[in-house]
Design a protein around this ligand. Structure first.
Ligand code: PGA
Length: 257
């Protein structure tokens, strides 16, 4: 771990009704009060944003949307624009592999979203990561580096950006990458950011690992020099488990601070 403040973000995906989200968010807000040295983010579906943001008001927990349109308004049935998130979210997950895969979102689309999110004063949590097929070909580094570059075209605000490296083969499978594997790729991501943003800015950008993170395996991830926390899917749906992940991170952060 480094001088960067760690981030633990929960991606609830298409789970939780507004009422369930409110209950979960309250429990997380209560459970993480003693961990102010970790940035805690929860990401409910759009329909839960309002209740969840009220539930966490005044706590250590911030709220993220799971997606947004790059368009401002108009004939985009089913989409939500950045202005509609005002007052409801401080962050937006963009380019999650489920959206890239199921909704055919290209790097270009993701980059346009990143620009729109920053222009609206929110922080994008940009997801990148190689598929199983690319992994099998042997060396995922170049694929991840080019995905990063192409998903950041037009972005110039390097202070408002979080990256999540999520190897697609590790998401929801129970087969997390090893902390060493994740560190190797995340180190490359930071080098690519150095080229894009300069060394000073790149050294401040938080880069998370995501893919089957839980309270048993979080420790060695956040112990790596370039890994600044985690984007957590399944394990973020249970308050106790998610709080344990935050607590483990807080403990390691205290040790190194
Ligand atoms: P998982 O999901 O923790 O359930 O693997 C991670 C994610 O999709 O962000």
């Amino acid at each position: 771990m480094s001088s960067r403040k760690p981030v633990i973000a929960g991606n609830w995906k298409m789970n939780t009704t507004p009422a369930e989200g409110q209950t979960l968010a309250k429990a997380i807000a209560d459970g993480t009060r003693e961990s102010p040295n970790v940035e805690v983010i929860v990401s409910p579906p759009f329909t839960g944003l309002s209740d969840v943001s009220q539930a966490v008001a005044g706590s250590n927990v911030q709220v993220s949307a799971q997606n947004v349109s790059s368009e401002q308004s108009g004939a985009f049935t089913g989409d939500v624009s950045v202005s509609m998130l005002e007052g409801l979210a401080s962050h937006v997950i963009i380019g999650h592999s489920e959206r890239r895969g199921l909704s055919c979102e290209t790097d270009g689309v993701v980059a346009a979203k990143a620009v729109a999110v920053q222009a609206a004063g929110m922080t994008p949590i940009l997801c990148i990561g190689e598929t199983e097929d690319i992994r099998k070909l042997g060396n995922p580094v170049e694929s991840v580096r080019s995905q990063l570059r192409d998903s950041l075209v037009g972005v110039s605000d390097w202070e408002s950006l979080i990256i999540a490296y999520e190897p697609v083969w590790a998401i929801g499978t129970g087969a997390a990458a090893s902390p060493q594997q994740a560190q190797a790729i995340i180190g490359e991501i930071r080098q690519e950011l150095e080229q894009l943003a300069g060394p000073e800015a790149a050294s401040k950008i938080r880069i998370l690992y995501g893919g089957s993170v839980n309270s048993n395996n979080i420790g060695p991830f956040v112990d790596q020099p370039d890994i600044d926390g985690a984007l957590v899917g399944g394990a973020s749906l249970q308050a106790d488990e998610f709080v344990r992940i935050v607590e483990m991170t807080a403990r390691l952060e205290n040790k190194t601070a």
